[in-house]
Design a protein around this ligand. Sequence first.
Ligand SMILES: [Zn+2]
Ligand SMILES: [Zn+2]
Ligand SMILES: [Zn+2]
Length: 326
Amino acid sequence: MPKASKKELLRLSKDHKTQLLISKFVSDELGTLTPTFDPKQGFKYSIIEEIVDDPSGTDFFLQKMFDGGVLGRKLYDKIVHCPSCNSVNVSTHYICPHCKSFDIKKSALIEHIKCGYIDTEDHFQKQDKLVCPRCNKELINPTLDYHRAGVWCTCNQCTKSFDIPVPTHFCRECEEKFTFDEAIYKDVYSYTLTPEAAKESNLGFILTVPIIDFLEKQGFEVESPGFLNGKSGTRHMFDLTAVFKGKKKNTTAIDIVTSTDDVISEQSVISMFAKIFDTTPDKACLVAIPKMSENGRKMAALYKINLVEAKDQNSALEALKVCIEN
Ligand SMILES: [Zn+2]
Ligand SMILES: [Zn+2]
Ligand SMILES: [Zn+2]
């Protein structure tokens, strides 16, 4: 398994589609991503198709997530494709090793324990009873009177008998018959979020996804991370920038800070102020989860930074909506 660098994981985790994917795992919507089987299209990952918009991009996206260390995978199934039309609507034909016909009959072999007679089940069948053709005793108890001694096949075409048929395939789409040698045989995986990716996906990171969706619905052009050029010539990075292209261009800069402690220090207010002082966006919002320190609150008011304090994702989004609409 390739071990992706942390840098690659971080690079990927800035991508909106990757964030959507991770948010599905983290929000408990998804524990393990397992494919569903469709006889026409083969294995499908519906959630991934929604994320990438285009079903043909699913395999490439999953491979990228695996290579980048976002997803781990486990072999879930193997799938046979027809070598001439690539269909997965393929059946297995067990064929006669002598004449290659698939018109064979599979029977169970039964041994009468008392007399040692072995034959196929149909030779023991008398109406709804099992009776030994050699000694004419009825077989009643499956453990005391008889046991199943394997299978026996008979070919309806050449009438020869054999114990092991040869497995081959039949394509129901183009009617091609093919062997294992000729078959396209592919791995199918189930996926889980790697512990590394789960660690990167803190609350702030996950919060950006619904915020982007909300702002885009309001008609904003959103970048995450977003960059604004400062008067000083420095390019400053914000967690998000939202530009409203109405009669008058309107830019909002948003930063998100989270803490597992009780309060967030005023340092985040100071560093945001340094950036907005240089870049002068029309509006600046600082999302603080769970809450800002008393000092930070005062400074935000002084610096005209809209402070959004919320204890969780949903209330942060609600508060941010109010802040944007004002
Ligand atoms: Zn085919
Ligand atoms: Zn045969
Ligand atoms: Zn017998």
